[in-house]
Design a binder for this molecule. Sequence first.
Ligand code: BGC
Length: 855
Amino acid sequence: MNGAGKNEAGLNGAGMDGAGLTDEEIGHLLEKLDLGQKVRLLTGASNWRTYAEPAIGLRALTFSDGPAGVRGDAWDERDTSLVLPSPTALAAAWDDELAAELGGLLATEARRKGVDVLLAPTLNLHRSPLGGRHFECFSEDPLLTGRTGAALIGGVQSGGVAATAKHFVANDAETDRLTVDVRVDEQTLREVYLAPFEAAVEAGVRVVMSAYNQVNGVTMAAAPLLERPLKSEWGFDGPVVSDWGAVRSLLDTARAAQDLAMPGPGGPWADGLRAAVEQGLVPMERIDDKVRRLLRLADRVGALGDPPRVRRPTDPPTAAPGAPPRALLRRAVAAGTVLLRNDGELLPLDPARLRSVAVIGAHAAAVRIQGGGSAEVFPASLVSPLDGIRAALAGTAEVTYSPGLPPSALPRPLDPVRTDGPPTRDPVSGEPGVLVRLLDADGAELHAEHRLSGRIVEPARVAGAETVEIRALIRPRQEGEWTLAVGGWGPLSLAVAGRTLLSGTFPLDSDDPTRVHVAPPYRSVRTALAAGEEVEVVARRGLAPGTGVATILAAAPPPGDAATALASAVAAARDADAAVVVVGTTEESESEGRDRDTLGLPDGQDALIRAVVRANPRTVVILNTGGPVALPWRAEVPALLLAWFPGQEAGDGLADVLFGRAEPGGRLPTTWAAAEEDVPVLRIRPERGRLHYAEGPFIGYRAWLRSGTSPAYWFGHGLGYTGWSYGAMEAPSEVIAGRPFDVRIRLRNTGPRRGREVVQLYAAGTSLTGEPPVRRLVGYAAVVADPGEEVVAVVRVDGRATERWSVERHRWETVPGELLLRGGRSAGDLPLSAVITVSGPPGRSPGAATESALR
Ligand code: BGC
């Protein structure tokens, strides 16, 4: 075996190219292990690591979330990460190159943090806009999802880090996510929900994560789908890792093509797998296959060798102002921002003509840069829209700020960096932040450390610790009834200025890992505090086995007066040359672990928008949300930008768009409704444990097209800053079923500035058997042109466009007949069309091998 040398060479890319061990060599390693050693490898050693096996030169593998940044193997606010725009924003760029570049950045971050396997991308679909992890998935369309995912995977893996396609499959909502039984027909599964995973495997993804949910009655960690299509049909040769805690039983999961149970230590496999094999209940070959796949992965990331390569932070620091990664993140903000509406070409604003700008909305100062849940990371710095606008107009225009709404009554973890919280310091060191202590059963201190946040997801592990305590001095800005809260499970208490105001035991009521370990509920009290007077607050939680360890100390200021807040925003807007209102969702309304109840913007923000627009007709509204919200005021608002969760460089990227330094490059990856009641597929509450995908393949724009109603903004819509006129579409008159072909679309930039346009091609069968009557996206290509310039977009259409999944024969089949192609700017704006004949014998498709040879 000479894996070490090969792996060394592979650090910057080649390591992921399969230059490692042969199957035979892996077989030799396997022979060196006894059953106990093999079984041990198949359950995690800790939350984020696997076991090492020195006998074969295997070191532990480190896994880490997540899609918008790499947290590393500790959940600790002192260990910061670059925060990328959320996946929905990335998909909105419709830009494979950008996705690959950002994938490369994730790989750099992963290497810096010693991470071998990144738990991203999330390839589930936007089936309903209420889905809690909408922000973390790319799109409602399988092709856009698959292409963006494949490009990101390529970027991550060419940086020497394994990517993970998750959550396999049909994990498109959060309600009862651990148990829900998704009922979906075979054709829909293949053509819609499995399609992005197939694209990921084709892109060479190294790891696939099985989902928590069931599909058609079988939990995914034991599902036959892991075997076929994933492994036997698509040829996936890496390990299937479980979602965290998804292996909840022994025999069914062990016999299935589930390979690695995370996290650990302990769990059904750790407890019983060895005995099950010895009793002949699980075949030895199954175990060997699982271990073989794990070793293959280890080899690919350089964790196998003599000695194995240890990951070290060899890359230059990434978080410094002006560092190339930050410039890339800033560019990505503009690339994913969608200009939904621009009446009278209000945007871009010309800084030379502005003397004053009123910035309004809580999200302008406390922007949401990322979604909540396992994807969360800690930024070293962040630029709010207010900061970005101030920097862009420094010395040229006056910028005022008003929140427009009273402060939220919902407690937020203490955090010295938050502009909307009270100043907070550690009572011992006096430094901004809090003091965290671990106490024994008698209340004696075992350990104390300074932390930067009142949200302690992973306190230090100290033997004998029975209590976590968070202690802080806060200095209220406002006088009145404050809400103070302690988050956690089990025995909780809260004391203010030496007085215990809350004490009780709160039993665990959930087995969802996010609710147990990441975002436990708050128990709150209200108490009068004086402005400017520092007061000590102490939160404690008892540590009981199985209830998690996360502990939170949070606060909310006294409720303010809504009318006063609104009046001051309106006055500021009236006095300014232009107003920018930033609105969005909150951590409570949009996060992993639960679905949304409503599409409505929380906290009276709709009324704020209307009032500001009435006060100043030159108002730009920026939406800071991960998924769609209702837009009841959209016809009244002249300019509407959708910024998603834009990552840490939010403010500078948005200022680039507002003032025309960059074009808003985004196109909607998901259809946006005007009102909740119009949405064709909305409700995602399981009934009697089951969630029926009764609409079949008709989700997103396909559902809107079938329903015959129009949304507010179609999938694919986005204006940019220039105009385009579409010319001719050239398509071959005849194509061979199952093979790729090209369509050329001519268009001209008719506007005043250089721009980028995403040319989209949709297809619908005119006579194809079984073809859905509505169109679906079959290809897209971006072009860039100067004013007046004519360009040709060459759109490659994959062979799949002329294939259907046959439920009778359980295979892809080519379908000769006529296909109507339509080209243009969105699913609802397609000026060009052509009918092509698909020829060739009906029946079995030429298969992946023939298809890729033709590419
Ligand atoms: C999430 C996964 C995540 C894992 C580890 C789970 O609850 O569903 O997406 O990778 O936790 O944090």
